[in-house]
Design a protein around this ligand. Structure first.
Ligand SMILES: Nc1ncnc2c1ncn2[C@@H]1O[C@H](COP(=O)(O)OP(=O)(O)OP(=O)(O)O)[C@@H](O)[C@H]1O
Length: 687
C-alpha cells in the first residue's frame, strides 16, 4: 500500500461488488475504512463451560466435536444442521441454518472455539449459528479477543470487515501519520494516532481501548471546534444589516388572528422584532417542539418585512410543506394586499419565467418554495428577510451568495429539534437562539401505544372507528434507507393490501417520494380538504404537515425509525382539539428497540425524547451534523463527552490565539485535517 488515500478497490479481496457495498457506507479510500470505527465490541475473553450456561446469553466456549453433523429440512426453504459437541462438563449442539457448506467443515474430535447465542430447551443445550475457529488456526488467537463489531450493509459481513482492517494494519500501518502537535498530545495525555487506530479496531485490552477512544474523541472534537471558531470569526465582522421599522399594522394583524399567541410565542416574536429593528444582521434560530406554532411567528416576521417594503423568502424542506406554507400565508396575507408566490417543481416553465420576472421587478412580496428559491436564476428586487428551516440552514456560502447579490438580509432559522442549549451553541455557534417552550392551549396529550405486529388487524379496526367518527388517519410505511424505489414499492403494496382487505369502503390515498410533484401536491390538498380518510405514506409527511382533523398516526415497522423521527411523525396528529393517537407497530424484539418504544409511550415532550435518543444513539445520527455543514461525528458524542468538549474548547482557542491561520510548522497537520473535514466551509472563508 502506498497511501491511505488509495481507493479501497486496490485492497486484497475488494472486487467491484464489495467496492459498491463499501461505497454505500461512504467508504471510498483506505483512510475512510480506517476511520470506520466499530459500533461496539464483544468481549469474548471470558470463556464458559456447557454446564452453567444461561438461556439467551451470548458466550464463548471451548468444545470438541463428538459426532456427525445432521441435516434436517424444516420447511421448503429452511434447512437446519446440528453438530454434536462436548466439553468436560456436558454435551451441546451447534445449530446452523441454510449453510450446506457447513457439512464439510467439521471432523469428529476437532477442537474448536465458538461464540454464539445459547438456547436451552428442556435438556438440550444449543449454540445458535455460532462463529467458530479451530484451535490449531493462527486466526484463533485474534478471534478470542475483544471483537470489534462494525455497522454493516447487506452483503458485507463482520468477517469481511475484520479481514479488511487486518489487511490494512498489517500492510499500511506505517502510513498513519500523527497530525496533532506534540504539546497538545503531551498536555492532554493523548496516545499516538497509530496506537489509537490500531486499538480501536483490535483492542489489546479494555484499558488500551479506552485510551484509544479518548484520543480519537479528543481529535474529532478539536477539529470540530477549530472549524467552528474559524467560521464564526469570519462572520463576526458585524456587517451592516437592514433596520426595519416598527409598523402599527403588524399589531392589527396579530390581533385579528383566529387565536391568541401563547406567552412563549410572544416572547420569541419580541426577540425577532428587536433583531429586525436593529441594524445588525439578524441570525436567529427559533426552536420549538412539534406543533408549538412556529409557522405563525415566521409569517408575522415575513409580514413585517413586507410592511417595510422589502421582499422576503420562506424556504421549506419539502415541496409538500412549501405548498402548505404557501396556502397558509396566502390565506392570511392576500386580503391585506400582499402578493405571495409559490415556486414549486410543478409549475410550468412559462409560468415560472413569469414569476421570476415578477420577483425581479419587485411585484412579488413573499416567495415560498424549497431551496430552489435562492438559486442563481431567482433575482430579488429587494430581499430583506430569509426564513429557512434547519435542514438547509444558511451556511456561510449562502450568506455570502446573498450578500453578493447586493443584499444583507436578516436570517431566521426554524427547528423542531429540541437541542440542549449548550449543544445548540456549539452546533449553531453563529446563531442567537429563541425557544418556544409552550404548546397552544387546548391540546390533548397524544396517546401512544406500541403494539406487536400480530395486532395489526385490531389497529386497523381502531383506525376505522376513528374515521367513522369523522377523523382522518395516517399509516406510515417502513423506512427503507437503501432504496427509494424499494420504499415506494413496499408502500404501494401496503396500500393495495389495505384497500383490498381492510378499508374497501373508505377513501384511501397513497403518497411516496417517487410520485411527481404535482401528484403529491394534489393528494395533500385532497387529504387536507377531508376528501381522503386515510393516507398511506412514506416519511415524506414527516416534517411540518398540518392537518388538524387527523387524529391517528400508525407507524409500521416503527423499530426502524429513530426516536426523533418518530416524535416528528407523531407530531402530525394532535394538532387540533381532538384526542389523538399514535400507534407504533413493532416487529423488533431486541431490548433496545423495546426500550425505545417505551420512551415513546412514556413521553410526548420532544426535549425528553431527544435526550434519551442521544443517550441511545449518539448525536452523529441525531443531529445529522452533516446537515449543518459540519463534519460527521464518528466517535464523539456531544452529549456524553461534554467534559472532553470543554477541555477541547480551551485548547482550540489557545491554538488559534497563537496561530490564527494555522501556518506554524507544528500546526501543519492540523490544518490539513481541518481542510479535509470542513472542505466547503474553509474554501468559503479562504483558509
Ligand atoms: N397560539 C396559538 N393558539 C392556537 N393554535 C395555534 C397557536 N399557534 C399556532 N396554532 C396552530 O397550531 C397548529 C400547529 O402550528 P404550526 O404548524 O406552526 O406548528 P409548528 O411549530 O410548525 O410544528 P411542526 O414543527 O410540527 O411543523 C396550527 O394549526 C396553528 O394554526
Amino acid at each position: 500500500m502506498e497511501s491511505l488515500k488509495q481507493p479501497v478497490q486496490y485492497l486484497k479481496g475488494v472486487g467491484p461488488k464489495k467496492q459498491k457495498l463499501l461505497q454505500r457506507l461512504s467508504i471510498f479510500t483506505v483512510e475512510d475504512l480506517i476511520y470506520t470505527f466499530p459500533r461496539e465490541y464483544e468481549d469474548r475473553r471470558s470463556v464458559k463451560t456447557v454446564q452453567g450456561l444461561v438461556d439467551g446469553e451470548k458466550t464463548s466456549l471451548y468444545l470438541e466435536v463428538c459426532g456427525k453433523i445432521q441435516e434436517k429440512s424444516i420447511r421448503r426453504k429452511l434447512k437446519i444442521y446440528t453438530l454434536p459437541v462436548k466439553d468436560a462438563t456436558g454435551t451441546a449442539q451447534l445449530v446452523f441454518y441454510n449453510t450446506p457448506f457447513i457439512k464439510q467443515v467439521f471432523q469428529p474430535d476437532d477442537k474448536i472455539f465458538v461464540h454464539g447465542k445459547v438456547k436451552i430447551d428442556f435438556y438440550t443445550v444449543q449454540i445458535l449459528h455460532p462463529e467458530y475457529s479451530f484451535i490449531k488456526d493462527e486466526q484463533h488467537q485474534a478471534f478470542q479477543q475483544i471483537m470489534p463489531i462494525y455497522r454493516l450493509t447487506e452483503g458485507l459481513s463482520q468477517k469481511d470487515f475484520y479481514a479488511l482492517q487486518k489487511f490494512i494494519f498489517s500492510n499500511g500501518a506505517t502510513l498513519i501519520q500523527e497530525f496533532l502537535p506534540e504539546d497538545i498530545l503531551k498536555k492532554n495525555k493523548l496516545c499516538s494516532l497509530d496506537f489509537a487506530l490500531q486499538n480501536i479496531h483490535f483492542p489489546s485490552s479494555s484499558q488500551n481501548l479506552r485510551i484509544a477512544k479518548y484520543r480519537l474523541i479528543f481529535e474529532e472534537l478539536l477539529i470540530l471546534q477549530l472549524g467552528l471558531l474559524l467560521t464564526k470569526g469570519q462572520l463576526d465582522e458585524n456587517r451592516e444589516g437592514i433596520a426595519f421599522n416598527k409598523m402599527p399594522q403588524l399589531n392589527d394583524f396579530i390581533k385579528q388572528l383566529p387565536f391568541q399567541l401563547t406567552e412563549s410565542q410572544k416572547k420569541v416574536l419580541e426577540e425577532i422584532e428587536e433583531d429586525m429593528e436593529s441594524s445588525r444582521i439578524m441570525n436567529r434560530l427559533v426552536q420549538g417542539d412539534v406543533g408549538s406554532g412556529k409557522t405563525i411567528i415566521a409569517i408575522i416576521a415575513l409580514y413585517k418585512a413586507v410592511l417595510n417594503n422589502y421582499q422576503s423568502v420562506f424556504m421549506a424542506p419539502t415541496e409538500i410543506l412549501a405548498e402548505q406554507h404557501y396556502d397558509t400565508i396566502h390565506a392570511l396575507l392576500e386580503p391585506l394586499g400582499v402578493k405571495t408566490v409559490l415556486l414549486s417543481g410543478s409549475i410550468t416553465k412559462r409560468n415560472k419565467e413569469k414569476i421570476l420576472e415578477e420577483i425581479e421587478i419587485g411585484k412579488v412580496d413573499i416567495v415560498v418554495g424549497t431551496h430552489a428559491v435562492i438559486q442563481d436564476n431567482v433575482r430579488f428586487h429587494k430581499l430583506g428577510l430569509a426564513i429557512t428551516d434547519e435542514q438547509h440552514r444558511f451556511g456561510v456560502r449562502q450568506r455570502v451568495k446573498l450578500s453578493n447579490k447586493g443584499l444583507n438580509p436578516d436570517i431566521l432559522v426554524m427547528t423542531a429539534t429540541p437541542i440542549p442549549r449548550t449543544l445548540a451553541l456549539i452546533l449553531y455557534g453563529d446563531l442567537d437562539i429563541s425557544v418556544i417552550d409552550q404548546l397552544p392551549p387546548g391540546r390533548k396529550a397524544i396517546e401512544t401505544y406500541c403494539v406487536d405486529e400480530n395486532k395489526r388487524k385490531r389497529v386497523y379496526n381502531f383506525v376505522r372507528k376513528q374515521i367513522q367518527e369523522g377523523r382522518q388517519a395516517y399509516i406510515v410505511c417502513p423506512l427503507i434507507e437503501e432504496s427509494e424505489n424499494i420504499e415506494a414499492r413496499s408502500t404501494v403494496e401496503l396500500y393495495e393490501e389495505l384497500t383490498k382487505e381492510y378499508f374497501q369502503d373508505m377513501r384511501v390515498g397513497l403518497l411516496h417520494g417517487k410520485m411527481k410533484s404535482a401528484e403529491k401536491e394534489n393528494l395533500m390538498k385532497t387529504f387536507k380538504s377531508g376528501e381522503i380518510d386515510l393516507l398511506v405514506s412514506t416519511t415524506v409527511i414527516e416534517v411540518g404537515v398540518n392537518v388538524p382533523n387527523a387524529s391517528v398516526m400508525v407507524i409500521e415497522n416503527s423499530e426502524r425509525f429513530g426516536l426523533a423521527q418518530l416524535h416528528q411523525l407523531r407530531g402530525r396528529v394532535g394538532r387540533g382539539s381532538y384526542q389523538s393517537y399514535c400507534i407504533l407497530i413493532n416487529y423488533g424484539k431486541n431490548p433496545i428497540t423495546l426500550e425505545r418504544m417505551k420512551i415513546m409511550e412514556g413521553s410526548t415532550d420532544g426535549f425528553v425524547i431527544a435526550e434519551k435518543d442521544l443517550a441511545l444513539r449518539g448525536p452523529g445520527e441525531f443531529f445529522g451534523t452533516r446537515q449543518h455543514g459540519l463534519p460527521e461525528l464518528k466517535i464523539a458524542n456531544l452529549f456524553k463527552h461534554i467534559k472532553i468538549l470543554h477541555q477541547v474548547q480551551v485548547e482550540a482557542k489557545k491554538v488559534l490565539a497563537e496561530d490564527p491561520g494555522l501556518h506554524l510548522e507544528k500546526n501543519k497537520g492540523l490544518r490539513r485535517k481541518l481542510l479535509e473535514a470542513f472542505q466547503e466551509k474553509m474554501e468559503e472563508i479562504g483558509l
